[in-house]
Ligand binder design. Structure first.
Ligand SMILES: Nc1nc2c(ncn2[C@@H]2O[C@H](COP(=O)(O)OP(=O)(O)O)[C@@H](O)[C@H]2O)c(=O)[nH]1
Ligand SMILES: [Mg+2]
Length: 257
């Protein structure tokens, strides 16, 4: 699919920035989108997003960047906020160890509400405020790397919204990571197609051999139909989600045989 992309096509990616209050999420977004840094101006209320066009490896993207604050007060916003995300930036501040510890919970919350598979979703870990003096650092880069390795996250970067260090690079990294995951998802989808075709043939064979198999297939198929129609994620065109639908569709095909 990737190599069939028309020349001038722009891909819209929803990017969510998560992390404890004060780590610099809003400053990061504003530095990236407007190249501005204001220590006092950004007190995020609820949720807001900004768009920014960017070229990465010769392809055009519009990043729709979603920034949050006060998740507890705005609980009801969480599902729509997370749903349909393409990339998630997990942010901590290098001078605040607790904010690094908090990443585990942010990631888990995102996985639950966005309804994604953690090891198949592009997470980027961003250590902000790396302009701070050496003695202020509480979070060693290597410790974060270790955590990323344990959690199958392979993109990690340190930034400074204040000096603009690595800010654009963090979003470029996010796009590359998204693309990498898309490729993996496409390959897996193709592999699943092949495997399931074999299963389907076997199932069809069983069904015509014994009557019991037919009624079992019928019961499970209605279950799939019901869950198919009430799954909100079906509107979203990411291959990871198409994969989900495909699997359900395949089960239905087995029944129709
Ligand atoms: N030294 C330094 N301070 C920063 C940086 N980014 C943000 N800050 C400071 O951290 C405060 C909180 O930033 P903000 O973006 O509002 O954090 P948020 O709550 O995660 O959105 C700001 O008022 C800045 O003073 C940075 O890169 N370096
Ligand atoms: Mg904020």
């Amino acid at each position: 699919m990737t190599n069939m992309r028309p020349p001038n096509k722009t891909t819209l990616l929803k990017v969510v920035i998560l992390g404890d209050g004060g780590v610099g999420k809003s400053c990061l977004m504003n530095r990236f989108v407007s190249n501005r840094y204001d220590e006092n101006n950004f007190h995020t209320i609820g949720v807001e997003f900004m768009n920014k066009d960017i070229d990465v490896d010769g392809e055009k993207y519009t990043l729709q960047i979603w920034d949050t604050a006060g998740q507890e007060r705005f609980r009801a916003l969480r599902t729509p906020f997370y749903r349909g995300s393409d990339v998630c930036l997990l942010c901590y501040a290098i001078d605040d160890y607790d904010s690094f510890r908090g990443l585990k919970q942010w990631r888990q919350e995102f996985v639950n509400y966005a309804d994604v598979k953690p090891d198949k979703f592009p997470f980027i870990v961003v250590g902000n405020k790396n302009d701070m003096a050496h003695h202020c650092r509480q979070v060693p880069f290597d410790e974060v790397k270790q955590w990323c390795d344990q959690n199958t996250i392979n993109s990690q970067i340190e930034t400074s919204s204040k000096t603009a260090t690595n800010v654009t690079d963090a979003f470029v990294l996010a796009v590359r990571q998204w693309k990498h995951m898309e490729r993996i998802a496409e390959i897996e989808l193709k592999q699943n197609d092949t495997i399931d075709l074999t299963k389907t043939i076997k199932l069809a064979h069983n069904r015509f051999c014994c009557t019991g198999g037919g009624s079992t297939a019928s019961t499970s198929a209605s279950g799939f139909q019901a869950s198919d129609s009430d799954d909100e994620s079906m509107n979203i065109s990411s291959p990871r989600r198409v994969g989900k639908k495909q699997q359900k569709g395949q089960s239905l095909t087995q029944f129709q045989l």
